[in-house]
Design a protein around this ligand. Structure first.
Ligand code: GAR
Length: 220
């Protein structure tokens, strides 16, 4: 039965709350996937400790030990392949992957971003949304291509932006949904239900939502 689980490798740099959500969903049997290795570019990442706590191999790969990004990513790719990783999930991994790595694992890398892409890519997506003055924001899980925060979108969640929000308040409202949509995207991948057609990801056997969200409301 265990052999039916999709083998996931998670790349991290910091806190690891999305990693935690994925591990928890896996342990609860909500996703047909297991995290087999966590790789960090930062030795002191809390995410590494979270992995160890669950008996998951936690690997610190120091970028300074390699002559360039591609050499680093070649080593990382080898470590992932050695463990039979079938899907790579970026979860707060704060480095831009090289075209080399993206091609090597083409269609098998996902990322989560704390904004409704293509709005507010890059760093501090939540603060960018606040500063711009949008009324809704959210989060996005997408396949990774050679451009930053750009590949085909798998799932998005929308949350309201409130008048007295600061970066922390909006970030935590968004984070709650990051923790729901990332495991969901992994499960859909594990089930083989994600069909990429150019930029559009169709999901087999699913009826899309029919609602629209309006903020502020149309009536008092
Ligand atoms: C998350 O909010 C994730 O969406 C964001 O970093 C945070 C990592 O938190 N990623 C990006 O901004 C990528 N562009 P976590 O380490 O607790 O999962």
């Amino acid at each position: 039965m265990g052999s039916e689980l999709l083998k996931v490798g998670v790349l991290v740099s910091g806190r690891g709350s999305n990693l935690q959500a994925i591990i928890d969903a896996s342990e609860r049997g909500e996703i047909q996937a297991q995290v087999v290795v966590v790789v960090s570019d930062k030795g002191d990442a809390l995410a590494l400790k979270r992995a160890q706590k669950h008996g998951i191999e936690a690997l610190f790969l120091n970028p300074d030990a390699y002559p360039n990004r591609e050499a680093y990513e070649r080593a990382m790719g080898d470590e992932l392949e050695r463990r039979g990783v079938e899907l790579i999930c970026l979860a707060g991994y704060m480095r831009v992957l090289s075209p080399y790595f993206v091609r090597r694992f083409s269609g098998r890398i996902m990322n989560i971003h704390p904004a409704l892409l293509p709005s507010f890519p890059g760093l501090h997506g939540q603060l960018q949304a606040l500063d711009y003055g949008v009324k809704v924001s959210g989060c996005t899980v997408h396949f990774v291509d050679e451009e930053v925060d750009h590949g085909p979108i798998i799932i998005q969640a929308v949350v309201p932006v409130l008048d007295d929000d600061d970066e922390d308040a909006l970030s935590s409202r968004i984070l709650e949904y990051e923790h729901k949509i990332y495991p969901r995207a992994i499960q859909l991948f594990a089930q083989g239900r994600l069909k990429v057609q150019k930029r559009r990801v169709k999901i087999e056997g699913i009826k899309p939502e029919t609602w629209a969200a309006v903020n502020p409301p149309l009536q008092d």
